[in-house]
Every structure is written in C-alpha cells, then in structure tokens.
Design a binder for this molecule. Structure first.
Ligand SMILES: [Zn+2]
Ligand SMILES: [Zn+2]
Length: 286
C-alpha cells in the first residue's frame, strides 16, 4: 500500500542471542527492525533478527528492488546476522549498507570480513546481490538522506557508547517519524542537540537494557556500559515530547516476566509506553 508506514521487530535483544522458553514471548534474537514504507524496505541493524527478516523480504522481492540497511554501530549484536541475510544471495536484490565511518579504519572491510575466512566460507564472490556501501560521517550535526518514496533518514552521533559511539536515526515520511536510539546511556538526560533531533517523533525506540536496580547494584553496577535504564528511557521520552515510547535492546539475562515488569515501571513515568516484541508489527497512521 502506498500510504503504509509500518515497522516490524525481528530482534529486540542486546549483547547476544538468547533462544529458549524464558524468552519465547518477546524473543531472543539480537537487534534488527524492518520498516516498510509505501512498499520500500528499510532495515535498521543486522543482529540475528535480520535472518528472519531476510527470509520474509526474499519472498516478496521485486526485480531491482533496493533494500537499505542502516547500522548504528558495528558491535557484534548489531551485525552478526549479516552473512545469513537471504537477499545477499539473491541476484535480483540490490542492497545498500549505510554504516558509520570508523576513524582510521574501514567499516566496509570490517563488514566484508564477516563473509571471509576464517569467519565464514562464503567469500565475497558468494554474494550474489548487488551490494554497495554508503559511509555516514559520524559528525555531531544531524544529516539527512533521501530514499525512494520520499523517505528521509537522518542521523546524529551520540558518543556515550564505548568506544566509538552510535548513530541515532530518525526515519520520516511526510509528517510521520520514528527515532531509533539504541545503545545509548544518558544519566543526566540527552543534551539539547540530541533532544532537538528526537523532539516530537511519533515513536521513540529507546535502549532499555537494564532495570534501575541492576544498573545501580552495589556488587555489579552497570554504570558506564553505554546502556540505559527503564527510567532513563521514560524520562527521555517525556523530555523530548514524543508521542509514544518503545522499550528495546533488553539484557539477555532478563526473562519475559522481567520485561513485563520493566513495562509497568516505565508506564508509571511515561504512560504511552510499549515493549518491543519479535514479530510485532506497528503501523503508524497519518
Ligand atoms: Zn547492542
Ligand atoms: Zn553496542
């Protein structure tokens, strides 16, 4: 549908995949989400969630269809699904990977290594899609690029995440917009620059790795790990004036009931909060 603006979560976990009974409700795959905007697929992050997303897209692919993949950073939980992304092996597909520049290094080579020995037997000749890389300058200013269907994707660097920071993205078409802010830590709230970037979004997908009690625990605090608590996510949603908040990037040690508890905590501070859940599709209305 021309007016469709939807997103589907395919992986909602941080750090490493956790399949099994304890995580079967909200899912155990690492970070990946798929936007479908007027038929145009746009993926954010390539954790193990992208594997199922790739199967889904491969069944629907039209000749010449471009698939955009935007990466927030290159930690393994955000890229480890890439060599298993089915459209990579589909000669009909064109894939553009938008990724942050790494100062003094090559993010392209870092990603290509996933397909090369000793990590993989595939080799670059094994990739059958038309694949290209678009490097995003990890500057402090918000830059926007325009894709098919008048989709705009803007990014800004947030540097709390060790060691190279992450890109926060804002995807918009017309008056609808979603911000994807994972792997961020902001004990004192976002600064004015990031606040302005997020302001007024229909939906803010925000890192929610930790319960407050674990973040501040006396024997094993998680302060400085580059992730947020439930309270940070709820406070940032309120301060940025977004319409809805979605908690995302959960600690792999948390079972489904713990995540339910997180949601209740967040709703006490920001009522319109939901939990990211694998296979959950969210439609943004005009
Ligand atoms: Zn992560
Ligand atoms: Zn990370």
């Amino acid at each position: 549908m021309k007016s469709e603006f939807s997103l589907t979560f395919f992986g909602v976990r941080g750090s490493y995949p956790v399949p099994g009974k304890r995580t079967s409700r909200y899912g155990g795959n690492t970070s990946s989400l798929l936007f479908e905007i007027g038929g145009q697929p746009v993926i954010f992050d390539a954790g193990t969630g992208i594997i199922e997303s790739g199967r889904y897209l491969n069944r629907r692919l039209r000749p010449g269809q471009v698939i955009h993949i935007f990466l927030t950073h290159l930690h393994s939980d955000h890229i480890m699904g890439m060599p298993f992304f089915a459209p990579m092996f589909n000669p009909q597909a064109e894939i553009i990977i938008h990724c942050p520049e790494i100062p003094g290094s090559s993010s392209r080579q870092a990603l290509e290594a996933l397909f090369l020995p000793p990590y993989s037997p595939i080799t670059l000749q094994g990739i059958k899609a038309r694949l290209s890389f678009h490097l995003l300058a990890a500057g402090e200013a918000a830059d926007a690029i325009r894709l098919e269907n008048d989709i705009q994707v803007a990014h800004v660097l947030h540097n709390s995440h060790p060691r190279l920071g992450v890109l926060i993205y804002r995807i918009a078409q017309g008056d609808r917009s979603v911000v994807y802010a994972t792997d961020v830590e902001s004990p004192d709230g976002f600064d004015a620059r990031i606040g302005a970037f997020i302001a007024g979004a229909d939906l803010l997908i925000h890192d929610s790795q930790y319960l407050d009690r674990d973040y501040f625990s006396s024997d094993d605090p998680r302060i400085g790990y580059g992730h947020s608590t439930v309270s940070m996510a709820a406070r940032n949603a309120g301060q940025c004036g977004v319409k809805r908040l979605c908690l995302f990037h959960f600690d792999p040690r948390y079972s489904d009931p713990v995540l339910k508890g997180m949601l209740e905590q967040a709703r006490r501070k920001f009522k319109k909060t939901i939990l990211a859940q694998e296979s959950r599709k969210i439609k943004l209305r005009r």
